[in-house]
Write a protein that binds this ligand. Sequence first.
Ligand SMILES: [Zn+2]
Length: 93
Amino acid sequence: MLQKCANPGCTVPFRSLREGKLFLAETFSNDLDPDCDGNRRKTRKREHFWLCGPCSTHFTLYFDATLGMLTVPLCERAALRSSATRSAVASAA
Ligand SMILES: [Zn+2]
């Protein structure tokens, strides 16, 4: 599972837990195998994701129920938040 950095655009292989940042995600996978239709249930599984050192300083991981694991730039999140605040202030003025 932990073969490389969770950032799709990064190819840094996983080496050590002391580098970067480790994330634990709880995902629910619907078991829709037609052979066991009468036994359909949600399987809870835990997955680990790792961001390498450089990526963990620029990105964080966000887990969406439908989209799965997303790599979110930290600066973009901050920029979105500040621009939203700025436009709210502008419309109020
Ligand atoms: Zn990386």
